[in-house]
Write a new protein. Structure first.
Length: 547
């Protein structure tokens, strides 16, 4: 061995060190030990805290570069969930056939980087350009300290959810041309709120409408919900699908819900159950108008009033004192702030209804012959609710009014407790209340697929007459809680307001249901306040358009 050369064994590895303890010798030993040049041969300190602007730019740029080149494995290493990112990025090119990706980042907002994607989708000799916007956020890796892209499926496409995939090929279902009751074509471009509903109708009725599938780029959802079409390469042949919707009422509904966040509305024909409009304004694609499960607040008093009347407890002109508070099995209930109590002989059920007095109803729920199950029986047998048998044409929830012991028996009576409803349910409740007949709501004629619509025995004519009159008074009497909202509407009108308290939320959910001639509508606006604040104006706008 040459003079001046020493051999060291470090962790079983021979390292050659020239010149004893020079810089080169330290560097080699340090490297073999996994250290850096930070002193004493120790590891480099991990970075902590939020990523700097430079780190955000660098991490996002490396991720974008790998994505643009189609190097899924490389791009995924710049995320904090390599496995999940790799699966989606791989399918982007292999299953979705997206190529020629060009990403243009925008100005970062802190650690969030917006960007625009331009690419091409090619399949079966067909090609089309694809453009969309998304964003990503850079975070500090928990174990590595590196600046990494916080992996979310929405990074790759804003409509992707967990375990969803992008696919290009022959569509799962033929396209449909949905038309309203007057043969007007309904598209998601003109009626954006209908987008998820039209997708659902296509998935269920595409093969029954006589169309032929085309080639599309779609999101295939992991929860088995209908594919979401993103780009059509070849249209196929659409089949015509007739709906019960009214284009004019639908347009009014879409415009009305846009004014309030997390709002939904349904309108229907009282004599048939045909749905005239369904609209949602939400940050997700959830059809809360049909599938929502939340407390309906005082709109529930329509059903509770029917229970009291049908069980002989009272009538609309019978006594129903409205004290400041009412205690039921150790729980105290109060009225909305500002409501004047009335315990005089003139305090009737109609008066408590039109002013929405909670205590008037609470004081009556323990009267004979009422039981914990009385409200449930009324809902199921007369209003057709809570049995899980509605077949509207798409997925829907037909309410839940469970038999509840203890304080929830009283809470259920005023639309709190364990009661769950949505605008579809409450529009149906109004229709049953004013006609006396339950007609299950539907969006697609049962004749198309031989569905059996749900049935219920409905209400005695005297009960329906009293409910209708109480709703009229609520919308027209000076003390009625719906007077201001319903003013200016012509025809035979009636309404019921509601607000539902939600645990952990400072602002209540706004509820409102009403009728005008032969159209009933109901709306909710989550955290929208009192019934007349948000839900009321939505219903009034829809009823105005139905004339």
């Amino acid at each position: 061995m040459p003079k001046g050369v020493k051999v060291a064994v470090i962790g079983g590895v021979f390292a050659v060190m020239v010149g004893g303890a020079g810089y080169g010798a330290y560097n080699i030993v340090s490297a073999l030990n996994g250290g850096g040049a930070t002193g004493a041969g120790g590891p480099a300190p991990e970075r902590t805290g939020p990523p700097s602007a430079e780190e955000v730019e660098e991490a996002s740029a490396k991720f974008f570069a790998g994505w643009e080149k189609g190097e899924a494995a490389q791009a995924s290493t710049y995320t904090n969930n390599k496995a999940a990112a790799l699966a989606v990025l791989s399918s982007y090119g292999e299953d979705a056939h997206i190529t020629g990706v060009q990403i243009t980042p925008g100005a970062a907002r802190g650690a969030t980087v917006p960007f625009t994607v331009k690419a091409k989708v090619s399949y079966g000799g067909k090609s089309k350009p694809l453009t969309y916007k998304s964003e990503l956020t850079v975070v500090r890796g928990k174990t590595t300290g590196r600046a990494l892209v916080d992996w979310q499926p929405t990074v790759i496409h804003p409509q992707l959810k967990r375990d969803d995939t992008l696919v290009t090929g022959e569509a799962a279902n033929p396209p449909i041309e949905a038309v309203d009751r007057d043969d007007t074509v309904l598209t998601k471009e003109k009626y954006p709120s209908l987008g998820p509903i039209l997708d659902a109708l296509r998935a269920k009725y595409g093969d029954k409408a006589g169309g032929e599938p085309g080639v599309e780029l779609s999101i295939r959802h992991a929860d088995d919900s209908p594919d979401t079409s993103l780009l059509t390469l070849s249209k196929g042949k659409p089949g015509k699908l007739e709906t019960t919707l009214s284009a004019s009422v639908q347009a009014a509904a879409e415009k009305a819900v846009k004014k309030y966040d997390d709002s939904s509305v349904v309108a229907l024909k009282t004599g048939t159950g045909e749905v005239l409009a369904v609209a949602n304004h939400r940050g997700d694609a959830f059809n809360a108008a049909f599938e929502g499960r939340v407390a309906p607040g005082s709109t529930m008093k329509i059903l509770t009033a029917a229970t009291l009347i049908d069980n002989g407890v009272t009538t609309m002109n019978g006594p129903a004192p409205c004290p400041p508070s009412a205690t039921w099995q150790s729980q105290t209930f109060k009225n909305l702030k500002g409501l004047q109590p009335d315990e005089t002989a003139s305090a009737t059920l109609a008066n408590g209804f039109l002013r929405s007095c909670n205590t008037a109803f609470i004081k009556l729920v323990d009267e004979e012959p009422l039981t914990d199950a009385s409200l449930t029986a009324e809902a199921e047998e007369r209003f057709g609710l809570g049995r899980g048998d509605w077949k509207t044409g798409i997925v829907s929830f037909d309410g839940s009014i469970p038999a509840s012991p203890g304080p929830d028996r009283a809470a259920n009576a005023i639309g709190q407790g364990q009661v769950e409803m949505n605008p579809l349910n409450m529009a149906s409740v109004t229709a049953t209340a004013i006609t006396g007949d339950f007609r299950q709501p539907y969006l697609i004629s049962p004749e198309l697929d031989d569905r059996q619509l749900a049935t219920a025995k409905g209400l005695p004519s005297s009960t329906a007459a009293q409910l209708k009159q109480m709703m009229r008074l609520t919308a027209t009497s000076p003390q009625g809680t719906a007077v201001q909202v319903m003013s200016g509407l012509g025809g035979d009108i009636g309404a019921k307001t509601g607000s539902a308290e939600v645990d952990g939320k400072a602002t209540s959910d706004s509820w409102f249901t009403g009728f005008r001639d032969d159209v009933a509508a109901a709306a909710m606006s989550q955290q929208g306040g009192h019934g007349g604040d948000a839900a009321g104006p939505i219903v009034a706008a829809v009823l105005r358009a139905s004339g």
